[in-house]
Design a protein. Structure first.
Lengths: 287, 410
């Protein structure tokens, strides 16, 4: 019984980080109907930044968060101008192909520079134990930071002028332009925030697990599942979706052979698409 | 055109024609082409790079020594290679190209069991000898193939050393088998389960996980709940390393851990304390010294490799190099580069190299499977304050005593 509880708690902790990663994906979709296929690579970029700053330069792992957040924002803004700007308002397939192409270039360059060798950042924080089961300190801190960053984003979107303008652009870009909102700049900001969140979630994941330059695909897949669960374009839903996915993984594993976990996840994914095409936590006008 | 230029042009054209219809030059005639793909990109990149370096190192050494001698000639070795991107579909396409367009005389395998099985279909279809140092799965060798030869120990024996070592320390140990759901890992652990049960160990958990698994937290909790003393499993690179780290982070307190592949790479040491105590079955370690009947000694190979690549040779590099050594030995024994004569020489091969003894099974049900080579078990231990792999099993090959039970929070 204690083992089941431990697995569920562990799933929720990691699920919060998955949720933060998915917020980056869903925010960009919500604002401009663009599916960013560089998402997984941006997560890995956060991991690599953590490795280079903490592993090589000796910066404390958690002090790498602000530079990764800021750096990710500027990388995202650059990505907008390179791969997305000319395709906003066009069929989604065009931006899908454009970001896919950029992703191939980034993965190719990354593989050429670093290979697919393993990277690990050693983080030792005291954990919490219940009986024989331990929750590592890094998992707890990553979950807390993910929740705090998601809450900060919520406040930004609902309490600041720029955030409100972003939501206006998401709801009706033409109307937003008519009232004088600089939509192009805001679209670049949205991609900047989305990539920054992907980078930060990558940094947090990098404190939990070893990674390679190709780890992004697995986390991108999880982000898609979480986004579908939470509803496209809904950051709060994405966080809830992440928690739901983690909860599910934690709750299923003790009862079935672990090879079935992924099968059950995808069955649920399809069922959600059939029953709730807009996502379980979908709510109109959240963004 | 002026007559003077026309005359020069005619001379140039005549010379060109003369060269074009001349018999093939001596150097081209005395060359053999070996074709293979490597995974320069994709998830198999790290292990494939080791194997590729082994191939290239052998080629450079054999060419520097004058080439392979057969039928009174010295054949220089030339490679034809492509990047298979770690993708099975590419392998079939590229091995067909290697045979038909690049006119490869012999083939080396790609890295991994999955890719090798696909390449073997092509090599057999075209009747080309393929030396396999990258795929340990037995299945392709149970299909009646005539030209496929494996120089490494096959999958079903990968963890038999770990089972023997564990039995020696704890005859009634309870064991959790948790492994990646891929052909290689499943083949290894299916055999391991039978070996563990035959050895009287108690298998309390036997489960596979999807290769894309990123978080092993719930799985580690399940291992803890199983009350296992020992963990045997893993798969390839990221998953094996992540399992080791999460078992450490979650204080699984295993007394014994054997993980496939990942701990065989020096980068595994980056896990710090989570790496210590972990054992890995290894095809070759520099500490084990055989008396070679053919090719370099272990010390010669290891030193020259280090000098050339500024990196320590791992078992992938050693097995890649051995592919070349064994092919060279067979060609020289056959005294010919004719495929059937070389295949016959390979069938009769029984030779000790720096990699160990090499002999191929000749019964039709397992033709070409490795029948003599033995693996060792290496354990991550601290020596002079630095973590590294030490050979701990078999006992007569030990470079350091085996640590059991392991501590460090596992």
């Amino acid at each position: 019984m204690l083992g089941i509880l431990a697995s569920i708690i562990d799933g929720v902790l990691v699920g919060l980080v998955y949720g933060l990663a998915a917020i980056g994906l869903t925010l960009i979709w919500g604002v401009m109907d663009v599916i960013n296929l560089t998402h997984g690579t941006m997560i890995v970029a956060g991991m690599m930044a953590l490795y280079l700053l903490a592993g090589q330069l000796g910066v404390s792992p958690y002090f790498t968060l602000p530079p990764i957040l800021i750096g990710g924002f500027f990388v995202g803004a650059a990505l907008y101008w390179v791969a997305i700007h000319r395709l906003v308002g066009r069929p989604p397939l065009m931006s899908l192909l454009s970001t896919f192409a950029v992703n191939l270039i980034l993965v190719g360059v990354g593989t050429a520079v670093w290979g697919t060798a393993l990277f690990n950042v050693d983080v030792s924080l005291p954990g919490l134990s219940i009986g024989r089961y331990t929750f590592p300190g890094a998992h707890i801190l990553a979950a807390v930071l993910a929740a705090v960053i998601a809450a900060a984003l919520y406040v930004f979107l609902h309490r600041t002028r720029t955030g409100k303008a972003l939501r206006a652009v998401a709801n009706n870009r033409e109307a937003a332009e008519l009232v004088g909102i600089p939509t192009t700049r805001l679209l670049a900001i949205a991609v900047g925030i989305g990539v920054a969140l992907a980078g930060v979630s990558g940094m947090l994941i990098g404190t939990l697990f070893p990674f390679t330059i190709l780890s992004g695909d697995d986390y991108q897949l999880k982000s898609f599942i979480v986004t579908v669960l939470g509803g496209f374009g809904n950051p709060v839903g994405a966080l809830m979706g992440g928690v739901a996915l983690g909860l599910l993984e934690g709750a299923i594993t003790p009862f079935v052979p672990v090879s079935w976990t992924l099968v059950i996840e995808f069955v649920l994914f399809v069922l959600v698409l059939i029953a709730f095409p807009g996502g379980v936590f979908s709510r109109r006008g959240v963004l | 055109m002026k007559p003077r230029y026309r005359k020069h042009l005619c001379l140039v054209a005549a010379a060109a024609t003369l060269f074009a219809v001349s018999p093939v030059s001596a150097s081209a005639e005395d060359t053999i082409t070996i074709g293979f793909t490597d995974s320069q990109t994709g998830p198999l990149n790290v292990d494939s790079l080791g194997q590729q370096r082994g191939f290239e190192f052998w080629r450079d050494e054999v060419n520097a020594a004058g080439g392979i001698k057969a039928g009174g000639k010295s054949y220089k070795v030339k490679f034809a290679t492509y990047d298979d991107q770690s993708v099975g579909g590419r392998v079939e396409q590229l091995y067909t190209r290697l045979v038909n367009q690049d006119k490869a005389d012999f083939l080396f395998s790609p890295y991994s069991s999955g890719l090798t099985a696909r390449a073997a279909v092509i090599s057999e279809q075209y009747g080309k000898i393929m030396i396999d140092s990258g795929g340990a799965e037995e299945k392709p060798f149970e299909l009646g193939n005539k030209y496929l030869f494996m120089v490494i120990t096959s999958a079903s024996h990968y963890l038999s050393g770990a089972v023997d070592a564990l039995k020696a320390k704890n005859p009634h140990a309870s064991v959790a088998l948790v492994y990646s759901d891929d052909p290689f890992s499943k083949a290894v652990l299916t055999a391991t389960k039978q070996q563990a049960q035959a050895a009287g160990l108690d298998v309390v958990m036997d489960e596979s996980y999807a290769p894309s698994t990123t978080d092993f937290g719930p799985i580690v909790n399940k291992i803890i709940s199983s009350n296992a003393d020992a963990f045997l499993g893993g798969g390839h690179y990221s998953d094996g390393a992540t399992l080791a780290r999460q078992m450490y982070d979650q204080k699984a307190n295993m007394k014994w851990i054997s993980i496939l592949v990942a701990p065989g790479d020096d980068k595994f040491g980056e896990l710090g304390p989570a790496a210590l105590g972990v054992t890995v079955p290894s095809q070759w370690e520099a500490q084990v010294s055989y008396k070679p009947q053919f090719g370099p000694t272990t010390a010669q190979f290891a030193e020259a490799f280090q000098k050339k690549f500024n990196a320590k040779a791992d078992y992938h590099a050693a097995s890649g190099y051995t592919s070349g050594v064994i092919l060279q030995h067979a060609i020289e024994q056959a005294n010919s580069v004719d495929t059937d004569k070389v295949a016959a020489a390979l069938n009769g091969t029984d030779v000790t190299t720096f990699f160990g003894r090499i002999k191929f099974a000749d019964d039709p049900g397992h033709h070409g499977l490795q029948a003599a080579h033995q693996m060792v078990l290496a354990q991550w231990q601290k020596k002079d304050g630095k973590p590294g792999r030490q050979v701990v099993w078999p006992t007569d090959a030990q470079s350091a005593p085996m640590i059991y039970p392991i501590s460090a929070g596992h």
